[in-house]
Design a protein around this ligand. Sequence first.
Ligand code: HEM
Length: 227
Amino acid sequence: MQISQIFRSSIGKKLLLAITGLSWAGFAVGHFIGNTTLLLKDPTPFNKYAHFLSGLGGALILVELILAASLLVHLFFAIKVTLENRKARPVKYAVSKSAGRESKKGFATSTMIYTGILLIIFLVLHITHFKFGAVYMTTVDGNQIRDLYKTVYEFYADPINTAYYVIMMILLGTHLSHGVWSAFQSLGLNGNRFTPFIYKVGFLVAVIVSVGFIAIPIYIHFTGGAV
Ligand code: HEM
């Protein structure tokens, strides 16, 4: 099969959606683990971690380019698959519910394209707020480095920003809860015996990441105030 045929075939599109989606899910897990240092009262571990990442230089830019390309491919094929599905079935299901163990029709499934688009808008604003947001400096081990901890704490001192993040992280959980399961299925990882287990793992990852990401702004808002 030629590459162009893979892109045009239904399974090829689903495979690309799965791989690009899982790479973002993996990034979200890593990003969440790193961000847990924001929960410490001492800003130094988080600032050191952020400084270490920015110090990776070319390697960081490479990862950013891979993630950006992955997001564009994910968005492109998500829109394509959604439009094709609508063309194949112009009349919506009267009742949107699961048709059994192997089918996961439901709220998360039917809203994937909408939660996905809202999350991409969130991402652009998110990077603007933090990566390119207010710059403060601090001294760590005799070196002047960025006080990103202060930027984040200042941001979540605002209740509107905190509420906005909580809503977006609920959408992230909804998107991931269906997305991870669906990606595993597209990759053919669901034998009959393991399907319920795989579904549970996907769901658990989505819940841990989104509940964790919800907890960070709430914790900072109620305990941090303006730094
Ligand atoms: C409570 C939730 C979150 C917090 C507190 C948070 C915090 C941050 C901070 C502080 C940065 C700037 C890092 C730097 O400039 O060194 C950042 C960057 C970023 N965040 Fe988040 N984040 C959150 C949720 C998310 C989610 C859900 C995603 C998407 C999966 C995400 C994706 C990104 C991306 C792509 C970057 C840019 C990374 C780079 O280019 O180096 N973040 N985040």
